[in-house]
Structure formats: structure tokens, C-alpha cells
Design a protein around this ligand. Structure first.
Ligand code: NAP
Length: 248
């Protein structure tokens, strides 16, 4: 049974793996046997130590994923990979009446455009080599809901859910699994603003049946599942990991 989830000998490219959910996912994949290629703009030193403690290797590639410009270089430097996790993402908060074009573009470019073109570039290497692979998008509760004061984030994450299904339809027959994890509310830099707002923070906690915010390591199991042979017949799924938030 454990062989179903074994990632020994696999290589996972994880974006934004230096901190937060990307770190939790990278360490989980490493604990299941994968080596990690960490792509991002901040050095993933802490993650490299955690991956090493799991007995695996981390290679860092420096790239600003706010545009598609570095994608060809990233894929070339990474070499062959088996798993792609599009985790890097940003959020901008403001009332929709005041929301700027710059905040719209920055979020859409990082969260959606780069995720698509990196998926395309990696999937091309798999199709050219006549082999399959695993793509995991990091979606959100705002792939299902609208949220408050985060219009470009909601649009980007709803778009990512649509993209997950669109790519699954085209690539399932080529042996490429495209699925998404939709995290609930997790304690990372992304939610610092929310957690600093006592009222919003309390309201969110009250709605989570599990009675606590998520921790990055809470994503490890689902990431390993979606990266492994255990999920070979899953395509286009958006899997909530939310302490029960959507069940309310
Ligand atoms: P985080 O701690 O802010 O991490 C975001 C990661 O993305 C960091 O590694 C960051 O790098 C990287 N990143 C952002 N812009 C980038 C760019 N232009 N180029 C390269 N890397 C970039 O937040 P997080 O919560 O772990 O977020 C990870 C993903 O989970 C995001 O897609 C987010 O939308 C999603 N998510 C989070 C939650 C939550 O509750 N926290 C819920 C649902 C979905 P730097 O450290 O260099 O900025």
C-alpha cells in the first residue's frame, strides 16, 4: 500500500517553496521521497534544511514569477521533473471601488498567467518525451467563493479552478494529471492582514468546524496523494483542505 504514495526517485518543481504553504508542500513531498527544485525570488534556505533532514536534495532556481519572462530558463535549468506545484501567489486587499489596475494585473499575472504558462512549458517537455506527469495548482476557498475586498485574488483563484479543469480535459489522455488543492485559512504571510484584524480573524475561526487555522504541514498528505500513483485516475479535481469551512 505504501508504494502507492512513494515518490522515491521523483523530482518536484515547487514554486514559492521558501515559506508558507509551498514550504509545507515541498517538505511533505520530500518526506515521501522526492527531490525538490524550488523556484522563487527569495532563497529557500530554511526549506533546504528541512528537505535535507528528510534525506532529500533541494536545488534552488532564482526567478521572479510576476511575469512569464523567466519560464523558459526555469524549465531549462530545472531539467526533467515529474511533478509541478504552482504555489507562488500574492494577494492585494482594497475596496473594489478603489481597486487599482496595478493590483489587478500583479495578482492575475502571478497567480494565473504564470501558473498557466509554466504548466504549458512543463507539460510540453512531458509530451515531447512521450511520458506523463503530475501538475498541482494551489487554488483557494476563493475558487468557490467571492471573499471581501480581494477582487483580483478571487478572479485569479476562480480562474485557476477553471484552468485546472480545462487542462485536465486536454492532457488527461496524455498521462498528465492536473488537479488543484484548495486550502482554507492557513497561518502564513498571505493571511497576516486578516489575522491582524481581530473581528475578521474571530469570524473566520468561528466558521471553521475543526476549530483552528490550518498549518502548512496540513497540506502535505494531499500534495503527496496528488503527486503519486495513488491519484493516477484523478483529473480536474479541486480538493478542499479547509478544516470543514466549505461544509458550513
Ligand atoms: P506566502 O507565505 O505569502 O507565500 C507566497 C509564496 O509565493 C512565497 O514563496 C513568495 O515568495 C512566492 N511569490 C510571490 N510572488 C512571487 C513572485 N513574483 N515570484 C516568485 N515567487 C513569488 O503565502 P502562502 O499562504 O504560503 O501562499 C502560497 C499559495 O497558497 C498562494 O498561491 C496563495 O494564494 C495560496 N493560498 C493561501 C492560503 C492561506 O490561507 N494562507 C489559502 C488559500 C490559498 P517571497 O517569499 O519571495 O515573497
Amino acid at each position: 500500500m505504501s508504494g502507492l504514495f512513494d515518490l522515491s526517485g521523483r523530482i518536484a518543481l515547487v514554486t514559492g517553496a521558501n515559506t508558507g504553504l509551498g514550504q509545507g508542500i515541498a517538505v511533505g513531498l520530500a518526506q515521501a521521497g522526492a527531490d525538490i527544485v524550488a523556484v522563487g525570488r527569495s532563497a529557500p534556505d530554511e526549506t533546504a534544511k528541512m528537505v535535507a533532514a528528510a534525506g532529500r536534495k533541494l536545488t534552488a532556481i532564482s526567478a521572479d514569477l510576476g511575469s512569464t519572462e523567466p519560464i523558459a530558463r526555469v524549465v531549462a535549468e530545472a531539467g526533467p521533473v515529474d511533478i509541478l506545484v504552482n504555489n507562488a501567489g500574492i494577494i492585494r486587499r482594497a475596496d473594489s471601488l478603489d481597486f487599482t489596475e496595478a493590483d489587478w494585473d500583479a495578482v492575475m499575472d502571478t497567480n494565473l498567467k504564470t501558473a498557466f504558462f509554466l504548466s504549458q512549458a512543463v507539460a510540453r517537455t512531458w509530451v515531447d518525451a512521450n511520458r506523463g506527469g503530475k501538475i498541482i495548482q494551489v487554488a483557494s476557498m476563493l475558487s468557490f467563493q467571492g471573499g471581501l475586498r480581494v477582487p483580483s485574488y478571487a478572479a485569479s483563484k476562480s480562474g485557476l479552478a477553471g484552468l485546472t479543469k480545462a487542462l485536465a480535459n486536454e492532457w488527461a489522455g496524455k498521462g498528465v494529471n492536473v488537479n488543484a488543492i484548495a486550502p482554507g485559512y492557513f497561518t502564513t504571510n498571505n493571511t497576516e492582514g486578516l489575522r491582524a484584524d481581530e473581528t475578521r480573524s474571530r469570524q473566520i475561526l468561528e466558521r471553521i468546524p475543526a476549530g483552528r487555522w490550518g498549518l502548512p504541514e496540513d497540506l502535505a498528505g494531499v500534495a503527496v496523494f496528488l503527486a503519486s500513483r495513488a491519484s493516477d485516475y484523478m483529473h480536474g479535481a479541486i480538493v478542499p483542505v479547509d478544516g470543514g469551512w466549505l461544509a458550513r
